[in-house]
Design a protein around this ligand. Structure first.
Ligand code: BTN
Length: 234
């Protein structure tokens, strides 16, 4: 698929700026790439450390009907990023449900998908991807959990976008989910489910559904499929 890339040196957040461009009518497939972010956004209200030039900070605008299931797009993005990293660096990464890409146990990429709704209908989605390419200094709060992938930044950007739009053709048949399951470190583990404004809940993670949800079993034996939130693997 054809995609248009807009390049910026510094932005607050590629997700915030692309949302603005979407409101102004930007097309499906518009990609915004920045060299640094002053207000990079992570999940659950956290920030994403975005130093100049040593990482990839980009967002993709999608204007299609995803059956109101943004988790499918998020997991597809994770697959696209893992394949691209392997192609460029020959390194095998893994994924912690739903969207943290790990290399040797360290987080090297985060994905932040944000939907814009008109009533209950998803109008468009912004998929934000942040990759630490050759960042060697991380702030204290993340220095033990963050890592870098290495490789050439421009080559990685092209590989991620090619891989993303390639995989995107398979969104509806969901074949990419098998790759996701193979690389997922969360399945078969005791986990804690972390949701905003709630106490963490302990559970055992049993698998990934065809809707990309995580099947969890609680200590009382009940099972549930969760579609969002964050897990920590114990
Ligand atoms: C997370 O790990 O919590 C998600 C991090 C997502 C970071 C990317 S960087 C590009 C895009 N713009 C943002 O402000 N955030 C995403």
């Amino acid at each position: 698929m054809e995609y248009e890339i807009i390049r910026k040196t510094e932005v607050t957040s590629t997700n915030i700026l692309l949302k603005q461009l979407a409101k102004d009518g930007a097309d499906h497939g518009t990609v915004l790439v920045a060299d640094s972010q002053t207000n990079g956004k992570g999940r659950m209200g956290r920030s994403f450390y975005s130093p100049k030039d040593t990482g990839i900070y980009m967002s993709i605008l999608l204007r299609e009907d995803f059956g109101n299931n943004p988790t499918l797009v998020t997991t597809l993005t994770a697959v696209a990023v893992m394949k691209a990293i392997e192609k460029v660096t020959s390194k095998q990464t893994q994924v912690k449900w739903v969207n943290d890409i790990l290399l040797d146990g360290k987080k090297v990429c985060g994905i932040l998908s944000e939907g814009s709704f008109s009533g209950k209908e998803l109008e468009y989605m912004i998929v934000g991807i942040g990759v630490n390419v050759d960042t060697d200094y991380f702030p204290d709060d993340i220095k033990d959990i963050a890592g870098s992938v290495g490789g050439k930044k421009e080559e990685l950007i092209t590989a991620i976008l090619d891989s993303f739009f390639d995989e995107y053709q398979n969104l509806s048949d969901r074949s990419y989910l098998n790759y996701y399951r193979e690389r997922c470190v969360t399945v078969g583990k005791n986990i804690k489910i972390i949701s905003p404004e709630k106490e963490p809940i302990e559970a055992f993670s049993q698998g990934i559904t065809d809707d990309a949800g995580l099947i969890v079993k609680y200590p009382d034996g009940k099972t549930e499929v969760i579609m969002s939130g964050e897990v920590s693997v114990r």
